[in-house]
Design a protein around this ligand. Structure first.
Ligand SMILES: Nc1ncnc2c1ncn2[C@@H]1O[C@H](COP(=O)(O)OP(=O)(O)OP(=O)(O)O)[C@@H](O)[C@H]1O
Ligand SMILES: [Mg+2]
Length: 257
């Protein structure tokens, strides 16, 4: 297998705790010694209960977390995760709430073009915009629409198009299909799979939904209380879960209807 595009070694993350009068600010640890590798063209799912640290992990990869400790290696180069602006072009993150991720006063076409112009002034932004809309299966009508005029699935496609406008190598998808109904979910997941196959994009995908992991990811990491309790290929983890917590999670999957 080729070299990983991203490696995290021994990563711990701390959040500032409550500030108490006359007391030093306590830190609470949200990630404990996380090791992670992501390859080109790979879909890695992160699962775990609410509060287990999935979003913190995603945010720490794009440099949105202040107290990051550990080694951060992107494409064989060591980076300082507390000064990550240099990787903005390479790694993009999309969140569950597409409506609040998009500027309510900006038409979709304008919002995407702004990103193209900022990151790739060398290309024709009009042509690139049409190309991106086509890629995410949004009709050209979306160009003139404001975010509130689109459906939830269309908004999430617009967010994906905007993230792709940067031409990243890694896309972090934090619960991006959780608020969508099952048929819209499936279409978005198919779109992401197409991007992985056709463009070699790598995806880190956090979700509560183990059905999604089963149908979509190559490998899975199970998190609990900021720690990785199990990782492996989706097939291995789903068929022979070694960890007790993973077994409980798998037993709690509702049957498909
Ligand atoms: N900005 C913050 N400041 C302080 N603590 C935080 C902050 N963000 C998250 N935490 C805490 O860190 C822990 C991990 O939170 P995180 O949001 O990463 O979990 P999660 O697995 O994404 O949960 P969910 O499935 O609900 O999205 C939680 O205990 C949370 O309360
Ligand atoms: Mg989260």
């Amino acid at each position: 297998m080729d070299n990983p595009i991203l490696e995290l070694e021994n990563v711990s993350v701390y959040y500032p705790g409550q500030r108490l009068l006359f007391k030093k600010n306590q830190l609470t640890q949200a990630l404990h010694s996380i090791n992670l590798t992501l390859h080109r063209g790979e879909i890695l799912a992160i699962v775990g209960e609410s509060g287990s640290g999935k979003s913190t992990l995603g945010k720490s990869i794009v440099g949105l977390i202040e107290n990051f400790n550990g080694n951060y290696i992107y494409n064989q180069h060591v980076y300082n995760p507390n000064a990550m602006n240099s990787l903005r072009k390479e790694i993009q993150i999309i969140f569950q709430d597409a409506l609040s991720s998009l500027n309510p006063r900006m038409r979709i076409g304008f919002a995407i073009k702004e990103v193209i112009k900022l990151h790739h002034p060398e290309v024709d932004s009009e042509i690139q915009l049409l190309d991106l809309l086509n890629k995410v299966d949004l009709s050209e009508e979306a160009i003139e629409k404001y975010p509130h005029e689109l459906s939830g699935g269309q908004r999430q496609r617009a967010c994906i198009a905007r993230a792709l406008a940067v031409k990243p190598n890694i896309l972090i998808c934090d619960e991006i299909v959780s608020a969508l109904d099952v048929s819209v979910q499936a279409k978005i997941l198919n779109l992401l799979m197409k991007l992985v196959h056709e463009d070699g994009l790598s995806i880190l995908f956090t979700t509560h939904d183990l059905h999604v992991v089963e149908s979509f990811a190559h490998r899975v990491m199970v998190m609990k209380s900021g720690k990785i309790v199990e990782k492996g290929s989706v097939q291995d983890v789903f068929q022979k879960p070694a960890n007790e917590y993973t077994q409980t999670l798998l037993q709690s999957i509702p049957e498909k209807v």
